[in-house]
Write a protein that binds this ligand. Sequence first.
Ligand SMILES: NC(=O)c1ccc[n+]([C@@H]2O[C@H](COP(=O)([O-])OP(=O)(O)OC[C@H]3O[C@@H](n4cnc5c(N)ncnc54)[C@H](O)[C@@H]3O)[C@@H](O)[C@H]2O)c1
Length: 341
Amino acid sequence: MKKLRIGVIGVGTMGSQHAEIFAGMPETELSALVDLDVDKAKKLCERIGVKADCFKDYETMLSKCDIDAVAISLPDSMHKAPVIAALQAGKHVLVEKPLATKLEDCDEMIKFAEKQGKTLMVNFSHRWAASYFNTKSLIESGKIGNVAMAYARKNDTIGVITKSWGWLAESTPAAFLSSHDIDLVRWFIGCEAKSVYARAYAKVLKSKGYDTLDAVQALVEFENGAIATFESGWIYPDTFPTPTDSYIEIVGEHGVVHLDRKSESFEYATPEVYTFPKLSISCRVNGKLQGAFRISLEHFVDCLLNNKEPVTSGKEARKVAEIVEGIHRSIESGQPVSLPL
Ligand SMILES: NC(=O)c1ccc[n+]([C@@H]2O[C@H](COP(=O)([O-])OP(=O)(O)OC[C@H]3O[C@@H](n4cnc5c(N)ncnc54)[C@H](O)[C@@H]3O)[C@@H](O)[C@H]2O)c1
């Protein structure tokens, strides 16, 4: 069988994982890498032992390389242009979450994918984590009844966020962090949101020169009456033992699920550090990256090979972007916002 030839656009924290996983899958071949920092792309090729073409811009890659699909891992607000360019060039697209930071960008990408007849999948990788996947199965089995209420929080430590993501002012904690939780909770509840009310705190990061929000709280009501609170923040102190605090509670009509990904059952302390490394989304086992992130990429490949619609399609991701946009509009206006927008 001919392998699917993949180009990866953006090889930072996430893109380097896309590249490594696609390079090692039996069904795919890593053909090309793009990054503004082309040396980073070349060094990555050396590290993972592949001979892929490396480019500084995706336009050159799309015009020169014979590839079937691209995986895009650029900053949150920069997804639209490469997604549309890749679709226009006849490639299938896997793009990192959130699909976009503006709803109109999501609409353009979805329309373009339909027009071109190509797959557009968004890497909401958390859907494939064992604990979240099993929560969905438990809810579907009826054992906890209909979901009545959910609470989901994600908080990043300030040092990691300011050092790792120079582009944080182009996004917000709600778009970057809560988008994962909104995708999960909407999937668990199984219907659409009808209103959102949100407030935010914005002092700490602004005082350091980053024009974005520190912390967000949002209350979302769904069409079936279920209610959910989403909290996200970027100002945890660096002494917190994990870069992302993550917790979800699902209250059903006669059952409850707690999903505490703070420690993921692995904590250790040395003279230098006390830490809770994250294991379920992506971690190295026997030299290979394993976990939900890999399964999500395998799902993309399965969809391309077997002509299936991805479970985290562009349209699904648009529903998440719509709630995030509702959160931002509510923060700005101070009023509840009705959905759909
Ligand atoms: N699925 C997940 O679990 C998950 C987790 C974290 C982040 N993300 C998402 O992944 C995306 C990327 O995040 P990241 O952490 O890898 O960011 P990053 O800043 O580490 O990497 C971005 C890369 O893009 C490159 N770049 C920037 N502009 C470019 C351009 N115009 N052309 C070519 N290259 C360019 C940068 O040099 C950098 O290497 C974001 O949308 C983020 O929200 C997903």
